[in-house]
Design a protein around this ligand. Structure first.
Ligand SMILES: Cc1cc2nc3c(=O)[nH]c(=O)nc-3n(C[C@H](O)[C@H](O)[C@H](O)COP(=O)(O)O)c2cc1C
Length: 168
């Protein structure tokens, strides 16, 4: 099977896409071939040996594009190793403890038989779309809580599993 890793994501304001780019760059540093694509550009996962799917969290749900991707490709995803991540909390909580997947991400994990799910801190910055986003920003509750060392550490673990699958 192909060694190429697909990193795809559901985002509204771009920060989850940036996490996807960062994950791909860490995978490349680990010697793997990695491609970042929005779900709309992926019609088939057959060219990929491994898939990482990320989704921003909005109102307790995994982003729709990530949900849909996991649902539409579930058959093929079950045939290859899959890892999931969520990005959301606008405080340091995701760096301080393991945060379980929200129900829709858990459903995607079941559907795809994903190896693991992790929650990373999110980012909300000026210019974000939506009335609620701007209300949160007005209350000074935005910020960038993406923890790059933690993301790198998680990705390095994924890379080592890809390179030396369990049981091999
Ligand atoms: C309206 C709104 C609702 C949100 N709901 C949640 C939530 O339920 N859980 C969470 O952890 N973060 C929540 N967040 C924070 C976002 O997940 C965070 O800003 C994330 O990084 C956005 O990703 P994106 O830039 O890829 O869209 C919410 C943010 C907004 C603006």
């Amino acid at each position: 099977m192909s060694e190429k890793v697909l990193v795809t994501y559901g985002t509204k304001n771009g920060s989850t896409a940036e996490i996807a780019d960062f994950i791909a760059s860490v995978l490349r540093d680990e010697g793997l071939e990695a491609e970042v694509r929005p779900p709309s550009e992926v019609t088939d996962v057959a060219p990929y040996g491994t898939v990482v799917i990320g989704g921003a969290l909005y109102m307790g749900r995994w982003h729709r594009d990530a949900r849909r991707f996991a649902r539409q490709h579930r058959q093929e995803l079950r045939e290859r190793p899959v890892w999931l991540f969520s990005s959301g909390p606008l405080d340091p909580s995701a760096s301080e403890r393991e945060m379980p997947p929200v129900p829709s991400a858990r459903r995607a994990q079941r559907r795809t038989e994903a190896r693991d799910h992790v929650t990373f801190g999110g980012r909300l910055a000026a210019g974000a779309k939506g009335r609620m986003a701007n209300a949160i920003l007005d209350e000074n509750r935005g910020g960038d809580f993406r923890d790059l060392p933690r993301i790198a550490e998680w990705t390095a673990r994924v890379a080592s599993e890809i390179k030396a699958p369990e049981g091999s």
